[in-house]
Ligand binder design. Structure first.
Ligand code: ATP
Ligand code: LTN
Length: 334
């Protein structure tokens, strides 16, 4: 077993789908949180590539995005000595466990998942995997007996389903799984689209002008911030309802600098939107420049492969043991 460079008792697990280059929203809302948590928890952090294929993906691009996301995790501060980083599809036991869980999950319960309802309503040619997606997520989590699952609020229902699946399985077959809790980042970390600030900034958004991706050219990032939608009131005040654009920029500035909203409002009290945006662009580009430097230093190095090859053996062993235990309890053995 790999020795992590910390002494911890509780375990967390989380993943991001490589469905595009990650955004400033993913960075602020998810990755920065993981970087903080790595000090206190034993952490499994993976690339949810099997979840990504529940909607159409171009294979060459998907292949690139998987490796790129590993490098971005590390470049953003996820320390490979403190986390077990791996690629979901390299551990075939996730899908094996998922099947056993699928056969123990009522269809009706799965039909209530709001993400499925949303995504399937956008394209009625969806695949069966989009429907069973939350069970694969339950398998990801339950394989490792984790305590907490850091996710955005949109994934809370899936973690609740995971708990139900685990409780039901334990009841039917005897104690098998630890019951995990969702760990939801506090409000205020939801970063909105720069052009349409009432919509979440999202990897899969159609309008690139509203989205800052961590591998965007720094000049483009600056331009996107300078042309972010604001209002005509000229006051730099946090008011999500009436001033969603300015509030979003304040949130971004606060998340990166660590300053409070009050401090930011006071500091910019007598400045205009142009000056404020320029300073937001300065802090964002400075932060992303550092990430990109680290990213380009490792993306083509052996370091990534060494980390992944070492870790996959660790996680396969854990998930394999859980799979064997489940099979025995279910009666699938000679
Ligand atoms: P997609 O467009 O493929 O659905 P996404 O960019 O919306 O992707 P996810 O892959 O669903 O993001 O989420 C990965 C993590 O990033 C989750 O923990 C989620 O809560 C967080 N996250 C995503 N978008 C934002 C955002 N705009 N602000 C804060 N956190 C976010
Ligand atoms: N569904 C999640 C990604 C994901 C995940 C997981 C997160 C897949 N498996 C297990 C936490 C634990 C998403 O789209 N953000």
């Amino acid at each position: 077993m790999k020795e992590l460079s910390k002494t911890v008792t509780k375990t967390i697990l989380t993943g991001i789908q490589p469905s595009g280059v990650i955004t400033l929203g993913n960075y602020i809302g998810a990755i920065k949180q993981m970087v903080k948590m790595q000090e206190e928890f034993k952490s499994y952090i993976f690339i949810a590539d099997m979840h990504a294929i529940t909607v159409p993906q171009e294979s060459n691009l998907l292949h690139e995005n998987i490796r790129s996301l590993v490098a971005l995790y590390i470049a953003c501060g996820i320390d490979p000595n403190k986390n077990i980083i791996f690629i979901q599809s390299e551990n075939e036991y996730h899908a094996n466990i998922s099947w056993l869980l699928e056969c123990n999950t009522p269809f009706g319960e799965l039909s209530r998942m709001t993400q499925f309802k949303d995504k399937s309503s956008k394209n009625n040619n969806f695949c069966a995997g989009l429907f069973t997606y939350p069970i694969l997520m339950a398998a990801d989590i339950l394989a490792y007996d984790v305590d907490f699952v850091p996710v955005g609020i949109d994934q809370k229902q899936h973690v609740e389903l995971t708990r139900n699946i685990a409780i039901r399985f334990n009841k039917k077959y005897g104690e098998t799984f630890k019951i995990p809790d969702a760990y939801i980042a506090k409000e205020g970390t939801k970063i909105m689209d720069l052009i349409n600030p009432i919509k979440k900034m999202s990897k899969s958004s159609e309008n690139p002008k509203g989205v800052i991706r961590l591998l965007d050219n720094l000049d483009d990032i600056r331009k996107k911030i300078m042309s972010a939608t604001t209002d005509s009131d000229c006051k730099i005040i946090y008011d999500i309802e009436n001033k969603p654009g300015i509030s979003n920029l304040i949130n971004i500035y606060a998340s990166i600098t660590g300053q409070s909203i009050k401090e930011i409002e006071n500091y910019f009290a007598n400045q205009n939107y142009g000056e404020f945006k320029k300073q937001v662009a300065d802090v964002v580009t400075r932060e992303i420049e550092g990430i990109q430097k680290r990213y380009y230093a490792i993306i083509n190095s052996n370091e990534i492969d060494n980390i992944l090859s070492e870790n996959i053996n660790i996680v396969r062993e854990i998930a394999k043991n859980k799979f064997i235990t489940m099979k025995r309890k279910i009666g699938l053995y000679r």
